[in-house]
Design a protein around this ligand. Sequence first.
Ligand code: PBG
Length: 322
Amino acid sequence: MSFPIHRARRLRNSQTIRKMVQETQLRPEDLIYPMFVISGKGVRKKIPSMPECFQLSVDEAVKEAAKAHKLGIPAVLLFGIPKHKDDLASEAYSDKGVVQQAIRAIKKKVRNLVVITDVCLCEYMNHGHCGVVKKGRILNDPSLELLAKEALSHVRAGADIVAPSDMMDGRVAVIRDMLDAHDYTDIPIMSYSAKYASAFYSPFRDAADSVPQFGDRRTYQMDPPNRREAIKEVSLDIEEGADIVMVKPAMCYMDIISDIKDLFDVPVAAYNVSGEYSMVKAAAKMGWIDEKKVVMELLTSIKRSGADLIITYFALDAVKEL
Ligand code: PBG
């Protein structure tokens, strides 16, 4: 394989040839659009740290979901911002909760759109942690029951897929048990399996109003320097019944996406998180990068690294380029 017999540039001669030998293709079906649902009516509240993202009341969320569906995006991922927070995350599993209302309304109006829900307690807890807290500690086992109740309540409202993001040990198994016990054996679980304790989540915590009131999430989310541990987390989740596994964040963790894609035979999702979104938006606003080109390169690279599905706030913009 040496020059001058071989010239790699031959296959880059024109846009047509480049397209013919293109190895990775991003498709609209690869994208999942996250949305934040808030109480009220006609509310479309800007999120300052995430330009062009909004907290939406149920009626507005329906419009936004319809827009996504029309553009060819197959699924949305819903996050709820409750009116009332307490130390048992009561609104997380209330039939009248804001996410439950949104699921029902979207499923009614936007029929073929897949509705995925984030199953976590942090938005609903007054202390902002993803589990039950006692004496300053985040307790694993008492949190499981609440998470299972939350997942069941989402599915009862009509969710097509549930996505636990709390990182408590054993939550996929209890959610699977709970769903099966209520005859929801066909509802898939998309588990946030390798979710790192990342500084890239801070814009999201403004968006979802879920900043921990003390400490941080390092006792439950993964330590960023660890690679092999991600394999352990994914194996455990698959054993417990996860149908899709997720790596989060995406940009700095493409080695993890790649490992997991190679080692396991379930679909891999990657979460292009809030901080990754806001960095691109900020640099584009300064005129330092071409936003459209950077976004397409970023999403294509996430797919190239092995992601079958990409959760991204750029979904509506990206799909227009495909
Ligand atoms: C809830 C949750 C978080 C994100 C998704 N689900 C925040 C966190 O763990 O602190 C982050 C999403 C993003 O940054 O875009 N636990």
